[in-house]
Design a protein around this ligand. Sequence first.
Ligand code: ADE
Length: 283
Amino acid sequence: MAAIKVGIIGGSGLSNPDILKERTEKQVETPFGKPSDVLLCGKIGDVECVLLSRHGRGHSIMPGHVNYRANIWALKEEGCTHILVTTACGSLQDGIHPGDIVVLDQFIDRTHHRQQTFYDRTEGGPKGICHMSMAEPFCPITSEFIYKTIQELNLNHELNCNAHKTGTMLTIEGPRFSSKAESKMWNSWGAHCINMTTVPEVVLAKEAGICYAAMGLVTDYDSWREDTASVSVESVMNTMAENSKKATRVLLNVIPKLKEFDWTQKLKHNQDVVNGSILLSHS
Ligand code: ADE
């Protein structure tokens, strides 16, 4: 069985280091610069984990300024085979409500100023040009583990939380929220939820051959509903604390289960896909 190591990228409201046992701190630098914060290395159950706060522990980094490449590179360098993330998001559809968890399977990219590849000839970075397939950005096996765990925990009964097995995340550049017209358009496109961070994080994890899965933690209804107040920092903050408790329970329960699966084939497949996506120049 292939050994696994799980990176956890905590979104807004989720960077509690106490979820890790035998914790140590590590400061790292990558060819792409510094990650958002120190890496917290430790264990959940008997699985090695590395926790990284996406916005820094003091929440000081805006979504558009997160060094996504340094974050993913640092976790890859630490030997992470998997990355599990949480991300606060707005609902774009009827039937998805604040407090719900959406397990993501697709994204729509509405970001504009972010570096989405490691293959740009950065010194110390990888060689060649990479045209990575994004048909299946998220790891379906890891996502299934997450969804099953949410169901087993019965969060819907205890904590008034519906789990959605799949969902398309629309990522905007931010830091502003969407106008009503934009929000209605995203809704008409069929996207399920909206945030500011899934792209390019998932894209870079895919380039790194890592199994990446994400829990969208719904905090608000964005701005498309006529009868509901539009998203504000206050509405996001109000549901954040409860959402983080649920997400923490899911992480603590799902990570030990990941170890029961033999990831050898899947990890080899990921690496084969990466290798097959790189064009090396002959000059
Ligand atoms: N994060 C949480 N809610 C959001 C929203 N409505 N739009 C973008 N990012 C969000």
